[in-house]
Design a protein around this ligand. Structure first.
Ligand SMILES: Cc1cc2nc3c(=O)[nH]c(=O)nc-3n(C[C@H](O)[C@H](O)[C@H](O)COP(=O)(O)O)c2cc1C
Length: 367
């Protein structure tokens, strides 16, 4: 299964027909007027590329090393809540598909299957655990301890949600089965207030989580260069440039446009990941050329899960990899280290349609 735009739209359409309407709306929704959710994908398409010619691209290698994990391609599964609404096996099916494709799943702390069962489905492949720090810190510690015991290799601390934004499209209650694990993870056990995210969180949460878990902590939800630097200073092992798929503050800058400034601010200090509207291999190539080490995909995984279960998820990631391979070959970049700013026209002073030309330093990576 390829992932290009037509097929991405088709996958969403099939999922929409398969899913109960309440579930589809919950997954698809953005906050506010859905401006950020709507423009995420088109923002990647505003960049224009400057391919290199006469490079030996007879072998193209999409593999990457990320915080000690060896991955077949730089496309990861973003953390997303409530997979049970998309498939009876929920996160377990997602995990199988992602692992079979040689990719990495960031398991949401708002999961709907036991973390131990998700870990078992992943087997020996690496996975990371996404954390919200809740008002009830003891509960957060218990969640993290379970994830560490189950084998998580890093934590991803989501910081763009001090409060959960209103999504006008979402109608409660969600079509979720009554389930003990769900009650425990989401706080549907009558303890809702202290299971909400702690809105007083500061940068010291990064070092705290590291201490509690003994794992590297990435910070997800970075859009600004100053915040990026502050997170690195506070001990972040990596950053995810994200606006939560347009589900928190609406009208934030697109991640496609936020990424270059964050990459410039951080340099090679820690790996930068990015998500939001990444639907094709050329989107992935553009993100890596602009300074990301890897990308995350959110809704496409949910659509693939709803339509095809674990097989659908594996095919989705295989599709991204096939498209990235083709895009890299045509761009004259046999390895991901060859993807640099020099490939992006408006980043090197040749105006694309997205914005006026503004010369930027070209980072030469791998010649
Ligand atoms: C239905 C849904 C649930 C999500 N749940 C979480 C979550 O539990 N934790 C988190 O950090 N991000 C969550 N996100 C945000 C994703 O991790 C990611 O940032 C976003 O989906 C990327 O955009 P994309 O869907 O266009 O790929 C969720 C997104 C969606 C669509």
């Amino acid at each position: 299964m390829r992932t290009d735009r037509v097929r991405a739209a088709e996958r969403e359409r099939v999922a929409q027909q398969t899913l109960p309407p309440g579930a589809y709306d919950f997954y698809a929704a953005g906050s506010g007027e859905e401006v950020s959710a709507d423009e995420a994908a088109s923002a990647w398409r505003t960049y224009r590329l400057l391919p290199r010619i006469l490079r030996d691209v007879s072998h193209v290698d999409t593999s990457v090393e990320l915080l000690g994990a060896s991955l077949a391609s730089p496309v990861l599964a973003a953390p997303s809540a409530f997979h049970l609404m998309a498939h009876p096996e929920g996160e377990v099916a997602t995990a199988k598909g992602v692992a079979e494709a040689g990719s990495l799943m960031i398991v949401s702390s708002r999961g709907t299957r036991r973390i131990e069962d998700v870990a078992a489905a992943i087997g020996l492949a690496p996975w990371w655990y996404q954390v919200y720090v809740l008002r009830d810190r003891d509960h957060t510690v218990r969640q993290v301890e379970r994830a560490v015991a189950a084998g998580a290799q890093a934590l991803v601390l989501t910081v763009d949600a001090p409060y959960v934004a209103v999504k006008p499209r979402v109608r409660l209650p969600l079509p979720l089965p009554a389930d003990d694990e769900l009650a425990w993870s989401v706080g549907l056990d009558g303890r809702t207030a202290d299971r909400e995210q702690d809105p007083s969180l500061g940068p010291d949460a990064i070092a705290w989580l590291r201490r509690v878990s003994g794992l590297p902590v990435l910070v997800k939800g970075v859009l600004r260069a100053d915040d990026a630097r502050a997170c690195v200073d506070a001990g972040a092992a990596g950053l995810v440039v994200s606006n939560h798929g347009g589900r928190q503050l609406d009208r934030t800058v697109s991640t496609a446009r936020a990424l270059p400034a964050v990459a410039d601010a951080v340099g090679e200090a820690v790996p930068i990941l990015v998500d939001g509207g990444i639907h094709t291999g050329t989107d992935v190539l553009t993100a890596l050329a602009l300074g990301a080490r890897a990308v995350l995909v959110g809704r496409p995984v949910l659509w693939a899960l709803a339509a095809g279960g674990a097989d659908g998820v594996r095919e989705l990631f295989d599709g991204y990899r096939a498209e990235l391979t083709e895009a890299m070959a045509l761009a004259g970049a046999p390895a991901v280290a060859d993807l640099d700013r020099g490939l992006v026209a408006d980043e090197v002073g040749v105006a694309g349609p997205g914005r006026p030309a503004s010369p930027r330093p070209v980072r030469e990576a791998g010649g």
